[in-house]
Design a protein around this ligand. Structure first.
Ligand SMILES: Nc1ncnc2c1ncn2[C@@H]1O[C@H](COP(=O)(O)OP(=O)(O)O)[C@@H](O)[C@H]1O
Ligand SMILES: [Mg+2]
Length: 150
């Protein structure tokens, strides 16, 4: 068995990725990787979509950085829990387990409203959950997927 286990946690914003990823990292003594912090630190956006009020992330660059972190962790036999709705874009060979967080549409709407997102942003994230975008993409990428309902 591999000594270093790489877990990714993906899902629509506000479905509970950070909550689940931190809990798993703490309980399994793995290192929690905050991808949002990496994106900010490394300025990994290629553009800003004014209409969607969202940064377009350079997922290729992000993947390269995450792959480097994973290789280093494997060498040191450290386990990682990677928290990001972009984490499932990692190649399946780098990942041992892919968790997709999901929640009911009612709960999701309440959580998104609490984040004081604009109506269009709430709609976009609701659609993402309705169409199971992260789950479908993760399965299509060939990851071993576990769904956690929050
Ligand atoms: N299992 C859960 N049960 C109840 N509330 C949860 C659960 N997981 C997350 N939440 C709540 O949902 C909100 C969003 O969770 P968060 O982990 O920040 O989501 P994400 O990282 O996917 O955006 C938080 O207010 C959190 O307390
Ligand atoms: Mg989060």
């Amino acid at each position: 068995m591999k000594k270093s286990k790489i877990t990714i946690v993906t899902g629509t914003p506000a479905t509970g990725k950070t909550t689940v990823a931190s809990a798993i990292a703490m309980r399994t003594h793995a290192l929690y990787i905050d991808v949002n912090a990496i994106i900010k630190k490394e300025k990994l956006w290629v553009n800003y979509d004014k209409k969607r009020k969202a940064k377009i992330i350079d997922t290729k660059k992000l993947n390269n950085i995450l792959i480097r972190i994973i290789k280093e962790a494997r060498k040191k036999e450290i386990s990682l829990v990677i928290d990001s709705h972009l984490s499932h874009y990692l190649p399946k060979k780098c990942v041992d387990c892919c968790i997709v967080t999901k929640t009911s549409l009612k709960k999701l709407k309440n959580r998104l409203k609490k984040r004081v997102y604009e109506e269009a942003k709430i709609r976009e994230n609701m659609d993402c959950e309705i169409f199971d975008v992260c789950l479908t993409e993760a399965e299509e990428a060939g990851h071993k997927v576990i769904v956690i309902e929050t």
